[in-house]
Design a protein around this ligand. Structure first.
Ligand code: ADP
Ligand code: CIR
Length: 425
């Protein structure tokens, strides 16, 4: 008796090289296998038996539901990674929410771009000090692996599995004043948002060609910006290393070698497709090809949040007229990291609070009270080099853009007030 056959996943490379992305988990665009008898081919042969054909099926004893599954190597990596994570002392949201039962259910799933659970969890499997530990390798991952993403998103943003992100609302930037008019505490203010350009997968699934295409598309649009946003795009390829280092040290450019992103396969083909757009004053910047396709940033010295926010909003609106961004009906704007979903907005100040900021743990506890997040002076996962901290809104999902910024605004006002009070004791 002939063996029955089932579909087997093609390798990641095979999938990525397909010009047309897979439409659904039933492999709608893949060759028909097991083959169907037709008048022309009454006794068709399985593709795995044809010399020179990429195999997309493999003989098995029992027929199973059609649909791609990860190959044996991926399943083994998942099994080992999961066992080790369980034995570790990791406090990541990944470890907390990926129960054995859920792991067994999700490990066989794949997205239409061919991403597996491994693509979602590999950063958290490698780095036990992750806060979160998961990334979405493509937009579809948020649906296919929703049973893992949803509880993580709920815990990070306070956004439940049936909640729906509100429509975009920038509010009125003019109502946000200078947080530190006497220039006593705040060195600089920055507001950024992330955008994924429609038609491209997220980092781990990007090929060299896609990076080049995306950079070209983005840089052409950016080069046409006018007014205060007008500036120049500089690709990272061939950038003078000293100039690049200076831009990083001055907090304009993304740093290289973030171990969480490397483990998430987010730095492949570096520096192809990566670069920065800057206006003349370096108060409006766009990162291309870093963690998200685009990071749109406004920053300036001092504490005038309203001015900084307005410049970002106007810039995003101009860019949005020329590029289509990926927006999910429930999760808002989609980003690579689930912590950035929804509004994607992070409004931060670089601030010195000599009394209440004397120790980081105490400062973090206070910040939590106002839904704020404290980062080191060189960015996420860094320490404070000079007694200053980067303090920003923590929540980005389930609230409007204006609410996200306002949460930071009112929290920072409270913290500065406390610092003032204590300095008078
Ligand atoms: P994001 O996720 O917002 O891109 P990162 O933590 O990766 O932030 O930081 C990116 C860069 O932006 C780092 O150099 C960081 O120090 C800088 N940065 C963040 N907030 C401010 C601020 N308010 N003023 C100046 N630089 C800032
Ligand atoms: C982590 O899990 O720590 C990293 N993947 C970064 C997560 C995003 N940032 C954050 O929670 N502050």
């Amino acid at each position: 008796m002939k063996n029955k056959i089932r579909r087997q996943s093609c390798s990641r490379k095979q999938r990525r090289e397909q010009k047309v992305p897979l439409r659904d988990a039933e492999m709608g665009d893949r060759p028909q296998c097991p083959p169907v008898k037709t008048a022309q081919q009454p006794d068709p042969v399985c593709c795995s038996a044809l010399a020179g054909q990429p195999a997309c099926c493999v003989p098995i004893k029992e027929k199973r539901a059609a649909g791609p599954t990860p190959d044996a190597d991926v399943l083994e990596k998942l099994r080992r990674g999961y066992e080790r994570l369980q034995l570790s002392s990791s406090t990541s949201l990944l470890r907390k929410h990926l129960t054995r039962e859920l792991f067994d259910r999700l490990k066989v799933k794949m997205t239409q771009h061919g991403s597996s659970l491994l693509d979602v969890v590999q950063s958290g499997f490698q780095h036990y000090d992750s806060n979160v530990g998961v990334y979405a390798p493509d937009a579809d991952a948020y649906s296919v692996f929703s049973q893992l993403f949803d509880p993580i998103i709920a815990e990070y943003h306070g956004f439940g599995p049936t909640d729906v992100h509100p429509p975009l609302d920038w509010g009125n930037p003019g109502t946000l004043q200078d947080l530190d008019p006497e220039n006593k505490y705040i060195r600089s203010t920055r507001v950024r948002c992330g955008r994924s350009i429609a038609g491209y997968p997220f980092n781990p699934m990007m090929t060299k060609e896609l990076y080049k295409q995306m950079e070209k598309e983005a840089s052409e649009v950016l080069s046409q910006l006018d007014g205060v946003h007008a500036g120049k795009y500089e690709t990272l390829r061939g950038m003078n290393p000293r100039y690049q280092k200076q831009l990083i040290n001055d907090h304009y450019l993304f740093k290289e070698g973030d171990r969480f992103l490397i483990a998430a396969k987010s730095c492949e083909h570096w520096p192809i497709g990566r670069g920065i757009f800057m206006n003349e004053d370096k108060t409006f910047l766009v990162w291309v090809g870093e963690e998200d396709h685009l990071r749109i940033i406004s920053m300036q010295m001092g504490g005038h949040l309203g001015e900084v926010y307005k410049r970002m909003v106007d810039g995003v609106n101009k860019i949005g007229r020329k590029l289509s961004f990926v927006r999910h009906p429930r999760l808002g704007f989609l980003t690579f990291c689930p912590t950035n979903l929804g509004t994607t907005v992070r409004a931060s100040v670089m601030i010195r609070l000599p009394i209440i900021g004397r120790d980081m743990a105490q400062l973090e506890a206070l910040a939590e009270r106002y839904n704020l997040q404290v980062r080191g002076s060189e960015g996420e996962h860094t320490a404070s080099a000079d007694g200053s901290y980067d303090i920003s809104n923590k929540r980005r999902l389930g609230i409007t853009e204006f609410q996200a910024v306002h949460e930071m605004y009112s929290g920072l006002r409270e913290m500065i007030y406390l610092e003032e009070l204590r300095s008078q004791l």
